[in-house]
Design a protein around this ligand. Structure first.
Ligand SMILES: [Zn+2]
Length: 420
């Protein structure tokens, strides 16, 4: 029997263990916000890694804004050295999950398996992927393979809220870094036959329109900030929004409709909103929050400049208009080249396990790849894991057990290939 066959057999015989481990993680409701039970979940992962021969560390992001005694930001990282420290493959999964929301017909934290699907909040996104990564590396060990290089597995917090106390923190303290880490696989739910090379950029910003308060019976004596905002929204709809429709990226973003830049209005608050008693006043303030997704070809500077120019232009056309722009969050686009050895290896493994070619995609949203690329400086990073993005954050979220097993096989063969 070849080494490959032995490893694949070990994944197959660990099927139930793999599912049980993912279910165990789902039963720990690590809801973010606020970041519940992170320590408990990190410990559950750490225990399993300890049993599987890893040196385990818990890394708490104590200095992060998100950390508190009540909701500590505890990450876990396991290292299993091979014959040499490098190459090093790091498998990273976030273990925070989004709130449950309405519409569930199963227990969101039951970890129930029904008709070949593991159900629960965080099943697809991404406790199944994290469990698959752990068992991929374990199958290699159980097959008796002595790896040349090192395997690391981390379980991290806060991906759903930006990952600053999670992967960003591990990168900042040098636990994920170009001088020690060669390749990073993030088993986000991109589907079992797709390799995700990166993502578009995000520019999240607030515009405040300032007016002048006046009596509602004589609005001509004030300046209505809501009307100023209305003008801006119309300009965005007909001007910038229409222009974005015409631009497209060469990145293989899936779904293809997301190969364009976009701008979404997240929220708008104006006038005396939320105040218990209304008075007849002209609204002197209106705030709106925008979510601009930009393409790698556009870049952040251009995306921001277009907003600055638009606001400047509107103010010049009518001196009563006053807008203030503030940045809330910037995520730069990232793309791992197709020729990267990790991409090459995963494609080969997908072909070997599933008997069909892998599809290369890019994500319409963002995930922890950004921190690996920009803070750690590790170029060789992809998202590959079981489950479908359409399941993420949905009621009755699930991940197919067969996909968990297949993705574990793919990751195991990739570890063999890169470190064997
Ligand atoms: Zn995720």
């Amino acid at each position: 029997m070849t080494t490959t066959d032995r490893v694949l057999r070990e994944v197959e015989s660990a099927r139930d263990e793999l599912v049980d481990f993912a279910a165990e993680l789902i039963r720990i409701p690590t809801v973010n916000p606020p970041g519940d039970l992170y320590r408990e979940c990190a410990e559950a992962i750490g225990r399993r890694l300890g049993e599987f021969g890893y040196d385990v560390d818990f890394v708490t992001a104590e200095d992060s804004a998100e950390h508190s005694d009540e909701h500590p930001r505890v990450n876990v990282i396991g290292v299993r050295p091979g014959q040499r420290p490098r190459p090093l493959v790091h498998l990273n999964g976030h273990f925070d999950v989004v709130p449950v929301g309405a519409g569930w017909t199963v227990d969101p934290f039951g970890g129930e398996v029904r008709d070949g699907k593991l159900y629960g909040r965080g099943s697809a996104d991404m406790k199944a992927g994290l469990a698959a990564a752990v068992y991929a590396a374990e199958a290699v060990r159980r097959a008796g393979v002595e790896l040349n290089g090192t395997v690391e597995v981390s379980g991290t917090v806060d991906e759903e809220s930006g990952g600053f106390a999670g992967v960003a923190h591990l990168a900042e303290i040098g636990r994920i870094a170009a001088d020690r880490t060669d390749h990073v696989i993030i088993p986000e739910p991109l589907d079992v036959d797709r390799v995700c090379l990166g993502h578009r950029g995000v520019y999240w910003f607030q515009v405040t329109a300032h007016g002048r308060i006046g009596h509602g019976s004589m609005p001509f004596l004030g300046v209505n900030a809501i009307e100023q905002m209305g003008t801006l929204l119309e300009e965005i709809r007909t001007g910038l929004g229409a222009a974005l429709e015409q631009r497209s990226t060469a990145m293989p973003v899936a779904p293809p409709a997301a190969r364009r830049g976009s701008i979404n209005i997240n929220s708008i608050i104006g006038g005396q909103a939320g105040e218990p008693t209304q008075t007849p006043c002209v609204a002197d303030r209106c705030e709106a929050i925008f979510d601009r997704r930009f393409l790698i070809e556009e870049g952040f500077d251009q995306a921001k400049q277009e907003i600055t120019d638009l606001l400047g232009d509107l103010s010049r056309r009518d001196e009563k208009r006053r807008y203030e722009l503030s940045d809330l969050m910037v995520v730069h686009p990232t793309l791992t080249p197709e020729e990267d050895p990790l991409v090459h290896s995963l494609r080969g493994s997908i072909d070997a396990v599933l008997g069909r070619p892998a599809e290369l995609v890019a994500s319409p949203g963002t995930y922890d790849h950004k921190h690996v690329a920009r803070i750690a400086g590790v170029e060789s990073c992809v998202a590959y894991g079981p489950g479908r993005l359409e399941q993420a954050h949905q009621p009755d979220e699930w991940c197919a057990v067969d996909d968990m097993v297949d993705s574990a096989k793919v990751m195991a063969l990739t570890l063999l290939d890169l470190l064997g």
